[in-house]
Write a protein that binds this ligand. Structure first.
Ligand code: C2E
Ligand code: MG
Ligand code: MG
Ligand code: MG
Length: 284
């Protein structure tokens, strides 16, 4: 119906497409060149115990130090890495780097590593994980692998088998971004997840009221009934913390406790959080 203007709009659209195709091409070229050159870093963000504020787990989050663009977000480069298959060597590097970092952390603190479908589908994935543990000396009980529902959607049987194999060694499996996919609930019946991480979009939805919102309330209760550890992601304010704590979630992750920090700052971060937990215990 937009008869006039149609052509002009098409031109604008084509120009935008060209630009994004070009941006994507440059990104892919730079990413290929970066793999194997030490251009990637891991930052770590704590998952704290809801009651005590003690650190249970540190999640490894990848960053790319680009010569011109600075620190690039994984939201930008992980999708390209997945489409090109570059995620396989990048993920192998991350597993090895993270396990070595984690072997130096105080005993109760575990490591969480994100795993994409492309990695899990790869024939040598389980071997890569077990080799990273062996090389670092990190016990399997201290490693958690975070997967999203999209991981299970493709090649379901083979992927489930790999996850079962890894889980039998003592590694724990978490479902990340829980509640955002189409089949989150059905996957809880198909695989014995150790942890569900309730997506931070549900916290945003709950707003700034000291009230978690019905979805978070229901998902925390679901986890409790199934005996699965529940984590609420993306807690930024004291009100949100109070609200999700009251619902009985097990662990909390968010900027309120700490943003992801470089590996070299982990000791300092752990000390600050343990001082804060001690203060909170005193005040209570
Ligand atoms: P994710 O695994 O769900 O990680 C949580 C994301 O939420 C991180 O973003 C983290 O910085 C952010 N976040 C944590 N707390 C807060 C908060 O209170 N407020 C807000 N606004 N954000 C918060 P990041 O580091 O940009 O990572 C984005 C995604 O990229 C990750 O989501 C994960 O899916 C993927 N990713 C990161 N590193 C890796 C990796 O090594 N391998 C794979 N396969 N994927 C990765
Ligand atoms: Mg994650
Ligand atoms: Mg998440
Ligand atoms: Mg995510």
């Amino acid at each position: 119906h937009a008869k006039g203007g149609g052509r002009g709009q098409a031109c604008l659209f084509a120009a935008a497409m060209d630009e994004s195709a070009e941006t994507r091409r440059v990104l892919e070229r730079d990413l290929r060149a970066a793999v194997g050159t030490g251009a990637f870093e891991l930052h770590y963000q704590p998952l704290v115990e809801a009651g005590s504020g003690g650190v249970r787990t540190l999640e490894a989050l990848m960053r790319w130090r680009h010569p011109e663009r600075g620190l690039v977000s994984p939201a930008v480069f992980i999708p390209v890495a997945e489409e090109t298959g570059l995620i396989v060597p990048m993920g192998e590097w991350a597993l090895n780097r993270a396990c070595r970092d984690a072997a130096a952390w105080p005993e109760p603190v575990s490591l969480a590593v994100n795993v994409s479908a492309v990695q899990l589908r790869h024939k040598t994935f389980a071997q890569t994980v077990l080799l990273a543990l062996a090389a670092s000396g990190l016990r399997p009980e201290r490693l958690e692998l975070e997967i999203t529902e999209s991981v299970l959607l493709d090649d379901t049987e083979a992927n489930l088998e790999t996850l079962h194999l890894l889980r039998r060694t003592g590694i724990r499996i978490s479902m990340d971004d829980f509640g955002t996919g189409y089949s989150s609930l059905s996957y809880l019946r198909r695989f014995p997840f150790d942890k569900i991480k309730i997506d931070r979009s549900f916290v945003r939805e709950a707003g700034h009221l000291a009230e978690p919102g019905p979805i978070i309330r229901a998902l925390v209760a679901l986890g409790a009934h199934l005996g699965i550890t529940t984590v609420v992601e993306g807690i930024e304010t004291a009100d949100q913390l109070a609200a999700v704590r009251a619902e009985g979630c097990d662990e909390i992750q968010g900027f309120l406790f700490s943003a992801p920090r470089p590996a070299g700052e982990v000791a300092e971060m752990l000390a600050a959080l343990s001082a804060r937990a001690a203060d909170a215990a005193q005040a209570a």
